[in-house]
Design a binder for this molecule. Structure first.
Ligand code: SF4
Length: 107
């Protein structure tokens, strides 16, 4: 009798463990998107800068320092976030104070 009970307890524990692990795995939030670096080939093609004040004014005469990623239509971060995903660069994170030549002012 004792052996049967022990066997059933072990069976229940082993059957429940994978379900518990799966539910814990699903409860974890996904990893944050990779951060876009200025030396990324896509970033370089777009004239991307981590800090809008560092944009080359000669090369981008239409740029203004009040144009920042957080004010761009393509920015997916929330207000107040330091970083947010950008649709233009495949969802990589860009800083709220960044800029690239695709900038489209939020309406
Ligand atoms: S498209 Fe907009 S949010 Fe994305 S990097 Fe360029 S300025 Fe920033």
């Amino acid at each position: 009798m004792h052996n049967r009970r022990t066997f059933l307890l072990k069976l229940v524990a082993s059957a429940g463990a994978p379900a518990l692990l799966t539910s814990r795995s699903l409860a974890q939030s996904p990893p944050p998107p990779a951060k876009l670096e200025e030396n990324d080939p896509v970033a370089m093609a777009l004239g991307f800068k981590l800090d809008t004040t560092k944009v080359d004014a000669q090369k981008y005469p239409r740029h203004a320092n009040d144009q920042v990623c957080s004010g761009c239509t393509l920015y997916q971060g929330k207000a107040g976030d330091a970083l947010g995903p950008c649709l233009t660069v495949g969802g990589k994170s860009v800083p709220a104070a960044g800029w690239c030549s695709v900038f489209v002012k939020k309406p």
